[in-house]
Design a protein. Structure first.
Length: 350
């Protein structure tokens, strides 16, 4: 049986940063995630995609952000249970919790921090009768390694940020890139729409609207698609068809723990410490909801810091919690080592 101060459910950016904030307060963390490696959506969905709104980084690749976070929490030596899903929750007589996973692992924790992002998720698939025949044989619902598409013919379908951003990125390396959307107007960021328009004008991206993919063809793998443009059918040869219609998030077994749920997210008290309706269980990052919630990595980092100070007060009711800045205190890990702090000063594409 695993014992810890804080059980963090979710190994995405928010969950990982929670280890750092807890470590500064000398609280030990164990991380549980259904994925087989840390990183959450940053690793599973877009490891090579640049992120632009992390403070201090004008641009950082999602996978690099995770590597940096893992390096940052090393002094605090968190333990991990990966590839397992939180299944059952029991509250014990002393106020602590026992969480049992789908593989029978039991974890005892004084505090639980749910940082599960969107929860478990499945892609929204287009309504094409034989689509399952070509999954992982030319049909992909997410992009992990852009180099896979070098010098290939690629068709992307969708009208949101993901479809636009990946069209821009893959147009740099693919042999041919076609973006298809069922409407003339795109719902992504204006600058992304403008970038696609520019690439279209330069002949680096073909944009076909309004259009829908109706049929897939190929023997052992995808070879071509049939599209409908205002009732006219046409055939497009392609190596890959990537429909990016978003994800359907699900909380999974956590939804049966007695937590207050709203629109598939966990309601928390944002005026205090992001605690749920169950004392000792917090929800931070994209998995929670409250008035004015912004689903940003930045917001998750803030919520993790506030949550950890609240958890410390619960675990140490007789101690006064005094905020120490790392510029003064440095970083002291559980192994007793200490690192000295550095002194420092909607649009249309025609």
């Amino acid at each position: 049986m695993i014992k810890t101060d804080i059980l963090i459910i979710g190994a995405g950016p928010t969950g990982l940063f929670t280890v750092f904030e807890a470590g500064l307060l000398k609280m030990k963390c164990h991380i549980l995630d259904s994925l087989t490696q840390p990183g959450g959506q940053c690793i599973e969905l877009y490891p090579k995609k640049p992120i632009y709104d992390i403070p201090g980084y004008p641009e950082i690749i999602a996978g690099d952000l995770i590597e940096n976070l893992l390096e940052q929490i090393k002094p605090f030596q968190p333990s991990y249970t990966l590839g397992e899903t939180a299944l059952n929750l029991d509250k014990l007589d002393d106020g602590s919790f026992k969480v049992t996973t789908d593989k029978g692992t039991e974890i005892l924790a004084k505090i639980i921090a749910i940082a599960g992002g969107l929860g478990t998720f499945t892609p929204r698939k287009p309504n094409i009768s034989n689509i399952s025949d070509y999954e992982n044989k030319g049909i992909l619902y997410m992009i992990k390694d852009p180099s896979e598409f070098k010098d290939k013919k690629v068709v992307i379908a969708g009208g949101g940020d993901s479809a636009l951003d990946w069209s821009i990125q893959l147009s740099k390396i693919s042999k041919k890139l076609i973006l298809i959307h069922r409407r003339n107007e795109f719902r992504g960021a204006d600058d992304s729409v403008a970038s696609v328009q520019k690439l279209k004008d330069l002949g680096k991206i073909d944009v076909i609207t309004p259009a829908q993919v109706e049929k897939l063809n190929g023997k052992s793998k995808l070879e071509s698609i049939i599209i409908d443009v205002d009732g006219n059918k046409s055939k497009i040869e392609t190596d890959y068809f990537i429909p990016l219609f978003g994800l359907v998030p699900k909380l999974g077994p956590i939804k049966d723990w007695g937590l207050k749920i709203e629109n598939n997210a966990i309601k928390v008290n944002n005026s205090l410490d992001y605690q749920t309706n169950i004392d000792g269980i917090y929800a931070i990052g994209d998995v929670n909801t409250y008035p004015g919630k912004l689903k940003l990595i930045l917001s998750g980092f803030h919520e993790a810091a506030v949550m950890c100070h609240s958890a410390y007060s619960k675990l140490n009711p007789d101690k006064k919690n005094r905020l120490m800045y790392t510029t003064v205190s440095g970083i002291e890990g559980f192994d007793g080592s200490k690192k000295e702090a550095k002194k420092s000063q909607k649009s249309k594409i025609d």
